[in-house]
Design a protein around this ligand. Sequence first.
Ligand code: SAM
Length: 274
Amino acid sequence: MVATPIGNLEDVTARALRILREVSVIAAEDTRHSSRLMQHFGIQTPLLACHEHNEREQGSRFIARLLEGQDVALISDAGTPLISDPGFHLVRQARAAGITVVPVPGACALIAALSAAGLPSDRFAFEGFLPAKEAARKARLALIKEEVRTLIFYEAPHRVLATVADLANVFGGDRAAVLARELTKSFETLKSLPLSELRAWIENDTNQQRGECVLLVGGWVAPVGEDAVDGNAERVLDILLAELPVKQAAVLAAEITGVRKNLLYQRALSKQAR
Ligand code: SAM
């Protein structure tokens, strides 16, 4: 599993180049795309296609080669294979067949973005690509709204504005966010703004809707003091919600626990959205 650069070719490792030269064959997501990389580094190893659509059947051919004792390197178009890229089925098949699978680490857009974003990096959740359709995207976001870890998304340039708008709507416009665009390339940009401001910034500068990008969002921070819904209030609300309509459940839960009615109502609505 050989990582290749995500833009800047200087990011290829010395070990990756040696292995790409030494193996019998390179399994590549897009052979035309990767042949440019091979040409640049003067690597003549044959390239064979291994992409999303042929990975399962092509996989057995690679396994056969490996069982004969040949070495096969897997690369994707950019970065680390398997990270929002093909390779999972091949790795699983290879390991099941007792073949040694060796990671040759290198560039990965989500790690590069996280390393420079200035958001908490001790715990994070990589969410890959969100659904392309708005309703499905919002439903997915509602499920992770209260995730406390830093959230990382990959996004296509033509969807970045819509996605940041949905993030602001579902998570609230104040949540800290970073747009990491064109990493390691000439127009590299890392912009930190609260979600609502980031949305406006992207909207007003169409250049920000071009190129490749990673979106990072700060984790949910539980409200404290007046705005807190403690465990007990949460439990009472859950019990009442199982039996009653949202409004009635919120009113009763407020009477029982002393927590503000509006807060419990909002809480109940967000629970229902999940
Ligand atoms: N396997 C790759 C990796 O290790 O990062 C990711 C492949 S995925 C198909 C492509 C997505 O990764 C892009 O849509 C973008 O979200 C992100 N990406 C890749 N290169 C990037 C770059 N130079 N700057 C920002 N994001 C990048």
